[in-house]
Write a protein that binds this ligand. Sequence first.
Ligand code: TYC
Length: 102
Amino acid sequence: MATRHREDTLVAPGKTKTVPPPMFKVLLLNDDYTPMDFVVHVLQHFFNKNHEQATQIMLKVHTEGQGICGLYPADIAATKVSQVTGFARQHQHPLQCVMEEN
Ligand code: TYC
């Protein structure tokens, strides 16, 4: 009796296509009330920045109004926005975190 294995199905080499997922920027927006050290902590904890990188991004947001925390697929970006917003509200800060398609 013939047994067919999945490995028998050949795909021509070089013809498989992987389509990259749409990517989203996660941004922090400036406000007048959230403490600078809280924003630095958020960037370190949720976006894996070191203290120096986090400080630079925070200062960019503070002076220019917004700054990029990272670039992620839609579901991960949405989770970051939700986690950061929840964390800020728990601490009664008005910090805004948003996503936009790259
Ligand atoms: N502007 C705030 C202050 O002066 C600091 C701040 C930076 C707030 C970045 C939000 O996303 C932000 N305390």
